[in-house]
Design a protein. Structure first.
Length: 95
């Protein structure tokens, strides 16, 4: 799982994009060595990615607050995405 996340994050970062969060669906190969593999697509349905990536010396994005903000009002949490990458841009990155 860490290898998959690293590859995806590095591909986006190389294009000045920042993966905010996401989820991957995994499966285990039964007929071979039982290796765990990615079985879902990499798309805007499973990742939130924003434009702009400025890493600090440890690789952490220093402008992540410009990508999304959260608030909690009246017992409800809201997430507002800013600079989110549209689905059409994912095609150029991974195909």
């Amino acid at each position: 799982m860490q290898k998959i996340a690293k590859i995806v994050s590095e591909e986006f970062a190389a294009r000045g994009l920042h993966v905010i969060d996401g989820k991957f669906e995994l499966g285990r190969l039964k007929r071979t060595d039982g290796k765990i593999v990615l079985i879902d697509e990499i798309s805007p349905d499973v990742l939130r990615v924003c434009r702009g990536y400025r890493p600090d010396k440890d690789g952490h994005c220093t402008i992540y607050r410009q990508c999304a903000t959260t608030s909690f009002t009246g017992g409800r949490r809201a997430i507002k995405n800013k600079k989110q990458v549209p689905a059409s841009d994912f095609i150029d990155i991974f195909l």
